[in-house]
Design a protein around this ligand. Structure first.
Ligand code: EPU
Length: 426
């Protein structure tokens, strides 16, 4: 078990270049199964979830070579049509292989994907949309089920019951291979959906409307290998901004469209930080670490305040001189990190879908455990705000979305390193 060891409190200063986005590269990896020839990706973050995706490609008989921040993918020689359960259970993004496998082989096993425990994460919209394109659910032996589409998929006019990011990506990918035109209504507008559409277009797809609530795809065009640069990770950018807000300091975050960070910057300004945009892809934040509570904050789908940033903002506001209630409207168990915040001495509690924090408390070192990816990153921020040496255990969750969180913060002045084993137990 890996852990993150932090000696606080820290004041952060310096600049960070934002890496490629996890939630963009993973659906692109899966969509590459539909491309004939070689797909070369740049700005690929070195994350455990990306390694897991490469393992899925290998298990399917496809090539996925990771070198530095590039990936070279080729699915021409695909030999298998099922993802081993141990791999699909490793991450939520295994669900993105449903549509490509269905299209390539006429069948795709339906198994629950893994991923962070943020509450129930059904895949009914993925399945329902694929059925609207002509797929059928069939029961197989031992209680298992699969989607089949022996005659391929056809275009449709489909309205998502909720703008699910993942289901939008599944249906967008499927629509590229379906015969005829597909209109997807009520889709997610997140930047990672836009990035997938741009990748698919670079590979030869005919797509219009990404970034709005309606996407139109004229399907059936062959997709070819292409070269593509993955978009920046707005959640990593937000992690640095929230850390500087809570710890105090001055940071510049470079490479992420400032507009994507504006919902967070607006909140951090209200909390007392000075946050400016120095250019279309550069944001600067300075904070004296003494923040004000924000009252009620709600997450929402894009362009609302993102659910993934909610625990990070909660960490920044732990010592604020007033209360903040952050209500997540997307996931029911977003704030499992509240227990760790409390162990660090914060007035923090999760109640239903809300996190309640604040009240000018002094934070002191503790040994805490990452409950999930963003909750773990939030605990690292809280540890950097706390007096003494803290240990954040179960760093494997953090590794899903951060290349090396210690290497992200150490150049900014944090006393932070990666540890092995379970230092709290000795
Ligand atoms: N939902 C359904 N049925 C579906 C799909 C979703 O009911 O078929 C519900 C979910 O249960 C949830 C809500 O819709 O309550 C939102 O889920 P969505 O499908 O939008 O999220 P996701 O695709 O599972 C992606 C990111 C998450 C991010 C959310 C919201 C990936 C791999 N994951 O998840 O990222 O929080 O969108 O923006 O793209 C993370 O990076 O830590 C992370 C969890």
């Amino acid at each position: 078990m890996r852990s993150i060891i932090v000696s606080g409190p820290s004041r952060l200063s310096g600049s960070v270049c934002v890496p490629g986005a996890k939630n963009s590269v993973l659906p692109i990896f899966a969509a590459s199964l539909l491309c004939a020839g070689t797909v070369t990706l740049h700005n690929v973050p070195r994350l455990s979830d990306v390694s897991a995706a490469a393992e899925i490609h290998a298990a399917l008989g496809c090539t996925a070579v990771l070198a530095g921040h590039a990936a070279v993918l080729c699915a021409d020689g695909m030999t298998a049509c099922d993802i081993p359960h141990t791999l699909s259970a490793k991450m939520r993004s295994s669900v993105f292989y449903l549509a490509p496998l269905l299209i390539r082989t006429g069948r795709a096993a339906l198994s629950a994907p893994g991923g962070c425990n943020l509450g129930p994460r059904p895949i009914d919209i993925h399945v329902d949309g694929l059925c609207a394109m002509g797929a059928q659910v069939v029961q197989e032996g031992g209680g298992a089920s699969a989607l089949v589409a022996p005659d391929g998929l056809h275009g449709t006019d489909y309205t998502l019951r909720f703008p699910s990011v993942g289901a939008t990506e599944t249906l967008l990918t499927a629509a590229c291979a379906a015969r005829g035109t597909t209109v997807l209504r009520g889709v997610a507008e997140e930047p990672e959906v836009v990035d997938l559409a741009r990748f698919l277009r670079a590979a030869g797809a005919d797509i219009a409307g990404e970034g709005t609530s309606r996407i139109t795809v004229r399907g059936g065009r062959p997709l070819f290998g292409t070269e593509y640069t993955v978009c920046p990770d707005r959640i990593v950018a937000a992690t640095v901004l929230c850390a500087a807000a809570g710890c105090g300091g001055e940071v510049i975050v470079d490479g992420c469209p400032a507009a994507q960070l504006e919902p967070l910057l607006t909140l951090l300004r209200r909390a007392g930080c000075v946050a400016t945009t120095l250019g279309p892809r550069t944001a600067a934040l300075s904070s004296d670490g003494v923040l004000h509570g924000l009252g009620l904050v709600q997450t929402g789908v894009y362009p609302g305040f993102p659910t993934d940033m909610a625990p990070l903002l909660g960490a920044a506001l732990l010592r604020a001189d007033g209360m903040t209630v952050i209500r997540d409207t997307i996931f029911s168990n977003r704030f499992a990190c509240a227990a760790g915040f409390a162990e660090l001495g914060a007035n923090a509690a999760a109640s239903g879908e809300s996190l309640i924090v604040g009240g000018a408390c002094a934070l002191r070192a503790a040994c805490v455990s990452s409950p999930d990816l963003r909750g773990g990153a939030a605990l690292v921020i809280a540890a950097m705000m706390s007096e003494g040496e803290s240990v954040v255990e179960d760093a494997q969750y953090i590794d899903r979305g951060y290349e090396d969180i210690a290497a992200l913060f150490a150049p900014l002045g944090a006393q932070i390193e990666t540890g092995c084993g379970c230092p709290c137990a000795v």
